[in-house]
Design a protein around this ligand. Structure first.
Ligand SMILES: [Zn+2]
Ligand SMILES: [Zn+2]
Length: 346
């Protein structure tokens, strides 16, 4: 089968992956599930993997098939698999978990002590077929298209996970600030709109992204390059500040903004990454301000997100690309030329 594989870390996205012919995976293990990939979202994390940014965080052996936002149709199952059968459309939670370690029993899929992460530690979904397991697959309701929903497997669940933490702290009348209305941010705004009665303020440098934010439920949008964002937030909140900040960019400039716009007790959820957090410790003490990281989300949260998609509450803006165009997609995302989400259709 065809698979888009990383052979060497590089900054040059035009030659990031090569299309290889590799053996098709088989469901040899009792819990194995093989999925024919119908959609695999390209993610900023894929650019980071290509650049070698993940080597300090996870074990990685090259060549590696990338692709961790996968959905498709089950084509083979191991002997113990009972919840899905051949032909079932599914979305794949991005990690294969063991189910028996303590974090798994607590529902903390991402902390599993025996985790495998297709696309980061094992072969992923930029290929005709993907090997995953029964604990990772979520059957899709009728009418939900696997290709359209694929990016929710990581982009969606990650945005949802951050929003769920934020909405637990948001009351009607509060203000939530969303920084970055790209692939994740535009999902985050819709989840916030569906799950809270907070006023949503969206920040983005691009006019098209601010328009999208307004259409999806943001009450106010600002351009951080030209608007005085702290003054605007202060005016909108009568001097209180934002109760929750969701940072889908994670650059030095955006993490620095949090303390200037946050209300006492606020959290700054760091979802995007690549920059640094530079703050005096007193910033976190005054007003009990907190930075909180976001790593994907729970299996059950992906089920909840599928329910929101099925209700029509979360709409994903996607563009489809052939597997052969994958390096073009990598380049386009690197240059910020993709609105919404690119989906590879092997
Ligand atoms: Zn991703
Ligand atoms: Zn586990």
């Amino acid at each position: 089968m065809r698979a888009a594989r990383l052979h060497a870390y590089t900054e040059e996205m035009s030659e990031a992956l090569s299309i290889d012919d590799v053996p098709r995976p088989t469901a040899d293990g009792p819990d194995d599930v093989v999925v024919e990939v119908q959609g695999a979202g390209w993610c900023q994390t894929d650019n980071h993997v290509v650049e070698g940014m993940w080597t300090d965080y996870v074990p990685q052996e090259l060549p590696l098939t990338l692709g961790h936002e996968n959905a498709g149709r089950v084509v083979a199952v191991g002997e113990n698999v009972e919840t899905v059968a051949e032909g079932q459309p599914v979305i794949c939670h991005p990690v294969r978990t063991c189910g028996v370690c303590r974090p798994c029993r607590q529902g903390e899929d991402m902390y599993c002590e025996n985790v495998a992460f297709p696309g980061l530690t094992h072969d992923g979904g930029f290929a005709d077929s993907l090997l995953t397991n029964e604990r990772a697959v979520i059957p899709l309701p009728d009418g939900v298209d696997p290709t359209d929903i694929a990016p929710h497997a990581d982009a969606g669940i990650t945005a949802y996970h951050a929003v769920k933490k934020a909405t637990a702290e948001l009351n009607p009348g509060d203000t939530a600030v969303v920084i970055g209305v790209g692939g994740l941010g535009h999902i985050g705004i819709q989840c916030l709109d569906a799950m809270s009665a907070a006023d949503i303020v969206a920040l983005d440098l691009k006019p098209s992204a601010r328009d999208l934010a307004a259409n999806l439920g943001a009450r106010h949008t600002f351009d951080p390059a030209t608007d005085d964002v702290p003054a605007e937030i202060e005016a909108l909140t009568d001097g209180t500040g934002a109760a929750q900040v969701l940072d889908f960019v994670g650059a030095d400039e955006t993490t620095a903004l949090g303390p200037d716009i946050a209300a006492p007790g606020a959290d700054h959820h760091v979802v995007g990454y690549g920059g640094h957090v530079h703050q005096p410790s007193q910033t976190l003490v005054d007003g009990e301000f907190g930075y909180r990281g976001t790593l994907v989300g729970h299996y059950t949260e992906l089920q909840e997100l599928v329910a929101l998609v099925d209700r029509g509450d979360v709409d994903l803006h996607t563009t489809r690309y052939d597997l052969a165009e994958i390096n073009t997609v990598a380049e386009k995302l690197e240059h910020g030329e993709i609105d919404g989400r690119a989906v590879i259709t092997p």
